[in-house]
Write a protein that binds this ligand. Structure first.
Ligand code: TYM
Length: 339
């Protein structure tokens, strides 16, 4: 059944690109936050396959990964009764709204986005896909179509949410109030999980070195190996300090999983060796991720039809909400309603 969101609850929208295997950064920075706050809001969670093709993808891999990301949402505790879960390309309004917003966005503001600059640096003279530049406008369309109040993301996406706010305010002012102006929701400890080999850099699914990240689908032995090899320092004492970014990152990971404050964790392991602490971190991650991985495997296997049914229902709910906003946008810019 398609029905509008209950008006009392605030609306949350977020999404993840199926452009690589999801990492514990995606899990702690985004998904766990969504699950923890699920009951408070009306939630819409998207698998953003249209964002993924801003970088060339192998089609078969993209199809499989899109379904796997949906399975990860469900396995992590997103409840399809409380949250619409859908694949972006199943709801055409995203592309349609993105075009209208593109015509209200400026080249200057798009080319100043940090992520765009990072992805295009050292590429002077090379062919740069225009999708990389317009990517945040599509993200703004995602968020604004659902009149989202909150967008739970990791720190790296906050600039894109800022741009979304700017575009919403600009459109509201030029035409008339149309969009809710959204706010970012950050989860303190998990908002920026760092690369295990270079703790000055964000953990990313696109890193070349697999020891840099823990994937949600990693097996216990991989998790133990990667954490035991995580780069630390020569100080040798466990403290929560910016001078020890490797240890700080491991403390943050533990804190984001078990909910203890980073300071309490540092105090608890003050007398432990790095080896002992790393073992404790690895076991904490394994206990958290093992049930998720097992459930994903089930949903991708015998539970596949259940997964597809949830995505179909989610797309219908999302489409209903998105169409309402799109109709408003089309009317305001002066499109003739379809006959
Ligand atoms: P993406 O797919 O790169 O990442 C998905 C989510 O995971 C968070 N994240 C991290 N959090 C903490 N530490 C890390 N190392 C880390 N790496 C990734 C990201 O901040 C994000 O919340 N453009 C978005 C996807 C998107 C979206 C949206 C998000 C498209 N439309 C609308 C929110 C609302 C992206 O590429 O995220």
């Amino acid at each position: 059944m398609t029905e509008a969101a209950t008006p009392k609850k605030k609306i949350v929208f977020s999404g993840i690109q199926p452009s690589g295997s999801l990492t514990i950064g995606n899990y702690l920075g985004a998904i766990k936050n969504w699950v923890n706050h699920q009951d408070l809001y009306n939630n819409v969670f998207c698998i953003v396959d249209m964002h993924a093709i801003t970088v060339r993808q192998n089609p078969a891999d993209l199809r499989r990964r899109s379904l796997e990301v949906a399975a990860i949402y469900l396995a992590s505790g997103i409840d399809p009764e409380k949250s619409a879960i859908f694949i972006q390309s199943h709801v055409p309004a995203h592309a349609q709204a993105a075009w209208v917003l593109t015509c209200n966005a400026y080249m200057g503001e798009l080319s100043r986005m940090t992520q765009y600059k990072m992805k295009t640096q050292n590429k002077e003279g090379e062919a740069i896909e225009a999708g990389l530049l317009y990517y945040p406008v599509l993200m703004a369309a995602d968020i604004l179509l659902y009149q989202a109040d909150y967008v739970p993301v990791g720190i790296d996406q906050t600039q894109h949410v800022e741009l979304t706010r700017d575009l919403a305010i600009r459109f509201n002012n030029y035409y008339s109030p149309t969009f809710t102006v959204p706010e970012v929701l950050l989860m303190k400890a998990g908002a920026k999980i760092m690369d295990l080999q270079n703790p000055e850099k964000k953990m990313s699914k696109s890193s070349d070195n697999p020891n840099s990240y823990i994937m949600i689908m990693d097996k216990p032995e991989d998790i133990r190996r990667k954490i035991s090899r995580a780069v630390t320092d020569s100080i040798g004492v466990i403290k929560y300090s910016d001078d020890q970014p490797g240890i700080q990152n491991l403390i943050n990971i533990m804190s984001a999983i078990n909910g203890q404050s980073p300071e309490a964790i540092a105090a608890q392991y003050a007398a432990a060796s790095y080896k002992e602490f790393k073992e404790a971190v690895a076991e904490t991650i394994i206990a958290e991720l093992t049930p998720v991985r097992e459930k994903v495997e089930e949903l991708m296997g015998s539970g596949r039809s259940e997964l597809e049914a949830i995505l179909k229902e989610g797309a219908a709910r999302a489409d209903y909400m998105a169409q309402k906003t799109l109709r408003k946008m089309y009317k305001k810019v002066g499109f003739v309603p379809s006959f």
